[in-house]
Ligand binder design. Structure first.
Ligand code: COA
Length: 372
């Protein structure tokens, strides 16, 4: 058995940013247009008038201040409210592969490795741009990597589940060096016309290079991983390849985008995650007090504050549980890896930390790492 280690991470951040104020201005313009267009039905009680959103609410409810997106103009156009992307020919790289490539190259550079030294690519994300061939195989080709590649989707937990899959294969010796990459174009699945959730997501791509510890001079040894799932409909998206077969399948249906029961998610996922982390640490023989850092899924500040308190048994000190969600919003599976990438350099050899993601499924994945 070999010991797996994280030796590099990389983040691709789209250049375009939408602040809360910009988002709310466009949403409110959409609401005004909708209400004007449906004035007669609203007056007759047949249609419910839409309410304005507010930047104050967004910041207070989520902690989010802005988000990066692949196409700002399409999202902010009140007549459209979703990204507008150019059609690419089948001979050009897809947009997910292109974002992934940038993040992978940064992760490889950090570890001083080349693409042709990689023999496994897992593209782990909440949505795939097409059904097949796998996005991961396209990334493998663009990197000049060998071995094999495959896609996997466990929604917001995709990164940690991908890390567990790669780490297990490195332990067993079936692969030597793996890239787990998380290109998340969440602006494509978000319903920007829904006041309850229009502010929660952003776009990004992250990559994590995992190798045998014996091959690397420094990095983070993967001490252990733990994944769990429990079926729930409280975060759901019904879009899929059978869409056109259903009677109104191609209609502009709300359930073809991300939907959630935010309050229920809060109530059900938090205890699940806290119990999961405690059991994982217990099983690994790690005292929660000895964790120097928690890199948590980046969905909501209140959620992270709660989990930090539950895991550590006290209020986390500043810097112990860094958030990046104020700048990126919820980037689905990529959030905990952005936090790890930004806030792990200062740890000393022997320091312990925990990467944890959670979300739709429900799903929760955690990775205990030790700096060397
Ligand atoms: N602007 C202004 N007011 C808004 C609003 C908006 N954009 N959206 C909702 N409100 C109002 C609601 O109408 C409600 O008003 P009421 O009390 O008069 O009924 C009030 O604000 C509270 O709404 P609620 O939906 O209960 O807010 P919340 O405090 O639960 O926060 C979320 C909403 C989405 C931020 C929160 O539920 C959450 O983060 N949940 C978990 C998200 C998560 O992790 N999802 C995983 C995704 S992978």
């Amino acid at each position: 058995m070999f010991t797996p280690a994280i030796t590099g991470t990389g983040v691709f951040t789209p250049a375009e940013v939408i602040t809360n104020d910009e988002l709310v201005a466009s949403f409110n313009a959409y609401v005004d247009l909708f209400n004007a267009e449906h004035a007669a039905q609203i007056a007759a009680g047949e249609v419910t008038a839409l309410d304005h959103s507010s930047s104050e609410f967004i910041l207070k409810a989520s902690g989010i201040e802005q988000r990066h997106v692949v196409d700002k103009a399409g999202v902010l156009d009140p007549m459209r409210m979703y990204p507008r992307l150019a059609q690419r020919s089948d001979d050009e790289p897809g947009i997910m592969a292109e974002m992934a490539l940038d993040a992978c190259r940064k992760a490889l550079a950090q570890a001083g490795r080349r693409g042709d030294e990689v023999d496994l690519v897992i593209c782990a994300a909440s949505n795939m741009e097409r059904a097949y061939p796998a996005i991961a195989i396209e990334i493998q080709k663009l990197l000049g990597a060998g071995g094999f590649a495959f896609d996997m989707n466990v929604a917001c937990s995709s990164a940690t589940f991908g890390i567990q899959a790669a780490a297990d294969m490195i332990r067993a010796g079936s692969v030597r060096r793996a890239l787990v990459v998380n290109p998340e174009i969440t602006s494509g699945h978000l319903e920007w016309r829904d006041r309850d959730c229009h502010f929660i997501f952003g776009d990004v791509a992250t990559a994590t290079l995992i190798e045998r510890r014996e091959d690397a001079a420094h990095g983070f040894e993967i001490r252990s991983t733990r994944c769990a799932t429990e079926f729930s409909n409280n975060i759901r998206n019904n879009n899929g390849f059978l869409r056109r077969t259903r009677p109104d399948g191609m209609a502009d249906r709300r359930d073809m985008q991300f939907m959630q029961e935010g309050r229920k998610v809060f109530k059900e996922v938090l205890p699940m995650v806290a119990a999961h982390i405690h059991a994982h640490l217990d099983e690994t023989g790690v005292d929660p007090q000895s964790l120097r850092r928690l890199w948590l899924h980046q969905a909501n500040k209140t959620m992270n504050d709660f989990i930090g308190r539950k895991v550590l048994g006290r209020d986390p000190e500043p810097g112990e549980q860094p958030n990046i969600l104020q700048d990126y919003a919820n980037t689905s599976s990529a959030g905990s890896i952005i936090a790890f990438d930004a806030y792990s350099d200062d740890l000393a050899p022997g320091d312990l930390g925990l990467i944890c993601s959670f979300g739709a499924g429900y799903s929760v994945g955690s990775v205990v790492v030790e700096k060397f």
